[in-house]
Design a protein around this ligand. Structure first.
Ligand code: GNR
Ligand code: NI
Length: 186
């Protein structure tokens, strides 16, 4: 087990469409171990393999609260089969866009098909945080980031900030109040 570096925008690899897993072998199990360790260390509630530079459709997640026992989950080749018309808004963050948080509207509930580590197929109906997180992670496997679901004005501002920081080799500072676009014009 090892923690791995998490890719941060504007790293182009975050835009790759990941490949389905064909066989769940020792390498996939080692990848999942590293993803869980990296996710817990970050800390984050979810992680897609591409965030550590591996373009495979593998997702880890743990939605347990701090005072609850760990509840590691693994989704291989996850696929949204149905999404509700009804939407819900949640303030999202992403380990690949550190220190930036914004409200994202998505379907309130989704039906997701995936394989577990034994290769057994499951279908779950998810709602609330699980639904939000599954959609966020499945987006990653398709090269989509949560900022793609916010206004272009806000998205361009965040991307610009991270590009500038990357060029200078600096960490990114959170947006100051007067750099944030107003909700009315955003
Ligand atoms: O840790 C994370 N928190 C989070 C909060 C709201 C919606 C989605 C997430 S996922 C994120 C970790 C991450 O970047 N996963 O890809
Ligand atoms: Ni993310």
């Amino acid at each position: 087990m090892a923690t791995r570096d998490i890719l941060v925008i504007p790293d182009k690899r975050l835009r790759l469409v990941s490949e389905p897993v064909k066989t769940i072998d020792k390498d996939i199990r080692a990848l999942v171990d590293d993803m869980l360790e990296t996710m817990y260390a970050a800390p984050g509630i979810g992680l897609a393999a591409i965030q550590i530079g591996v373009p495979k459709r593998v997702v880890t997640m743990d939605l347990a609260k701090k005072d609850e026992p760990k509840q590691p989950r693994v989704f291989i080749n996850p696929e949204v089969m149905f999404a509700s018309e009804e939407k819900s808004a949640y303030e999202e963050g992403c380990l690949s866009i550190p220190e930036y948080y914004e409200e994202v509207e998505r379907p309130l509930s989704v039906k997701v098909k995936y394989l577990d580590l034994d290769g057994k197929e499951h279908v779950i109906e998810a709602t609330g945080l699980l639904a939000t997180c599954l959609q966020h992670e499945i987006d990653h496997t398709n090269g989509v980031l949560f900022i793609d679901h916010i206004s272009k004005l806000k998205r361009d501002m965040v991307i610009k900030k991270f590009k500038k920081a990357a060029k200078r080799g600096e960490p990114v500072k959170p947006l100051s109040e007067d750099e944030k676009p107003s909700h009315h014009i955003g």
